[in-house]
Design a protein around this ligand. Structure first.
Ligand code: CTP
Ligand code: MG
Length: 335
């Protein structure tokens, strides 16, 4: 029994699948884009290894998780032993080195929650963020990438949702809306909850992969090639799924009680997480549990005003897909 009553999608919904798939295809980064990206990373690795021969560079975020589009930035994590020094000192030194090596527009942003060096590669137009020892991000990137290999509809759904969120201005954490990462977690959770299921819960299976980060274990089943037909019994098209995704977040999710958890593969309660009252800046109005840093709520950026905006956008999207004659056009109209 679903909340908000049972609503079926329109009978001709599948007719919009080809249009949505062509949008998805057009978002995919080109081969040229990918090779420019790897050139940038190679030259970055060279600069870094001159100064810190024992440091390692990891790619994370959408350029590594396969959720990237031609608009995505390049996220890099430098794994390094900082000894008695500080992250900020290290970032300032890194910025200096990159400027000397002729990278463009290098800037150390040290006051952010996750301090980074940001640069813009003029040749390719990429923006590149470098953080230090953020290995949880490296681990969750691999988890996302592994989920993407199980059923192609995840990548399609998440790319389209991210694209929609950017155009509708609800993908701006500094303004109280959600990160791309949060939207991908919402898509994974949604596909875990379909009947029949489209995605399994990898963290509930016998672990075949373990990475230890800050004394905590990130473990899950990663032999995903064994699961390539997991979702085959479910025949829903991308059009039905996209509508059902927006419909769920507009009308069925219980914002007062529910937490989505890809770690558990189901909805859990705010009560059991102790996310019922505001703690500091965490309001917990829309709860999305991080799969490894389980104390993190990716919805913590959302406030009373932005939750209204986000929910109205979900309702708008669901209504357009349900009623419009040309939903693919209207849905992505810039806000
Ligand atoms: N990340 C995280 N915790 C957050 C936000 C981000 O661990 N609260 C990590 C995740 O590993 C995520 C990466 O940072 O994959 C990049 O985040 P984000 O830019 O939101 O996602 P992308 O998929 O890179 O989005 P885009 O394509 O818009 O660049
Ligand atoms: Mg990114």
């Amino acid at each position: 029994k679903m909340r908000g009553g049972w609503v079926e999608c329109r009978g001709d919904m599948d007719a919009f699948a080809p249009g949505l798939l062509s949008i998805y295809e057009s978002l995919k980064p080109s081969e040229e884009h990918k090779s420019k990206q790897s050139q940038l990373i190679d030259s970055l690795a060279k600069s870094v290894s001159k100064e810190w021969p024992n440091a390692r560079l990891h790619l994370y975020g959408s350029c590594a998780s396969s959720f990237g589009t031609s608009h995505s930035d390049v996220d890099v994590c430098l794994e390094i032993d900082i000894g008695t020094g500080s992250v900020v000192e290290l970032l300032l030194r890194l910025a200096e080195i990159l400027r000397t090596d002729n990278f463009d527009d290098v800037e150390a942003i040290t006051s952010a929650r996750v301090p980074i060096v940001r640069m813009l590669d003029a040749g390719s137009g990429f923006s590149c963020d470098i953080c230090i020892n953020n290995l949880f991000a490296v681990a969750n990137t691999k988890l996302l990438k592994d989920y993407a290999q199980i059923d192609g509809r995840l990548l399609q759904l998440a790319s389209i949702v991210k694209h929609w969120a950017k155009l509708r201005a609800v993908n701006e954490t500094y303004r109280g809306t959600l990160s791309s990462y949060a939207y991908v977690l919402m898509c994974i959770s949604f596909l875990q909850l379909r009947e029949p299921k489209i995605l399994p819960c990898l963290q509930a299976m016998e672990p075949t992969y373990t990475m230890v980060v800050d004394d905590s274990e990130c473990a899950y089943f990663d032999e995903v090639h064994q699961l390539h037909d997991f979702g085959a019994e479910n025949k829903e098209s991308i059009a039905e799924l996209l509508w059902a995704f927006f419909h769920y977040w507009a009308f069925q999710h219980d914002y007062r009680k529910d937490v989505i958890s890809i770690r558990m593969g189901k909805i859990i309660s705010k009560k059991e997480k102790n996310w019922t009252t505001r703690v500091g800046n965490d309001r917990h109005l829309m709860c999305i549990e991080d799969p490894f840093e389980t104390g993190h709520d990716l919805g913590r950026v959302v406030d009373r005003q932005t939750i209204r905006i986000i929910r109205e956008e979900f309702e708008r999207a669901a209504a357009i897909l349900q009623h419009s004659d040309d939903p693919c056009d209207t849905l992505f109209q810039p806000y």
